[in-house]
Design a protein around this ligand. Structure first.
Ligand code: HEC
Length: 173
């Protein structure tokens, strides 16, 4: 009985703290100031575990057809480059201004997943569903899985492309 009472008091205190934080306006939501270390860690762990869980059953199709690089390249140049950059480019207004910042997909960046099939499944899920409360849109609302896999194939190759090769693959005919 006593333990129950203590638990109820703790729960009530937790709720009061939550409402105090919500309604006092002390939380800084400005995109030009990074989260503190603890909040950053909490959000990153939540995001990575959620994506790993949601993408666990995705089967990666054969992505070796070179045609995919052309379809994926044109889509990337049109829809993704403004945030995720291209070979030789260091920043854009979007890559500098957004928080969390869109990773530069034209360089080898920390992908959280060294296993290539898991990485591809993760990228597919992220492109299809987007990431809440970040600038990353859900492209699955307007593009079918085939086009999304083509983009996955393209971004696998992207860090190895020269600016000239990128130009060719992203050119529309
Ligand atoms: C308006 C900006 C914006 C556009 C346009 C955009 N993204 Fe993103 N993207 C983001 C942001 C921001 C993140 C990071 C989200 C986070 O850290 O929670 C992200 C994350 C990703 C990731 C995960 C990267 C990693 O290794 O963690 C992939 C893959 C990705 N985007 C692919 C794409 C593709 C493909 C397109 C085009 C179809 C695209 N994005 C268009 C903003 C954008």
């Amino acid at each position: 009985m006593k333990t129950l009472k203590i638990l109820l008091i703790l729960a009530a205190l937790g709720m009061i703290t939550m409402f105090a934080v919500m309604y006092s306006g002390v939380v800084n939501v400005a995109a030009d100031e990074p989260h503190g270390k603890f909040v950053y860690w909490m959000l990153e762990e939540t995001r990575e575990n959620a994506i790993a869980n949601a993408s666990a059953d995705i089967q990666v199709p054969d992505l070796s057809d070179p045609e995919l690089l052309l379809t994926g390249g044109v889509d990337y140049g049109f829809m993704c480059e403004s945030c995720h950059l291209k070979p030789g480019q260091k920043e854009s207004d979007m890559s500098v201004g957004l928080y969390p910042a869109p990773p530069n997909l034209a360089i080898e960046h920390q992908t959280h997943d060294e296993d290539s099939d898991r990485r591809k499944a993760r990228n597919f899920w992220i492109i299809k569903h987007g990431i809440k409360a970040s600038g990353m849109p859900a492209w699955g609302k307007t593009h079918d899985d085939k086009r999304i896999w083509a983009m996955v194939a393209f971004i696998e190759r992207l860090p190895k492309l020269s600016p000239e090769e990128y130009q060719i693959l992203t050119a529309m005919d």
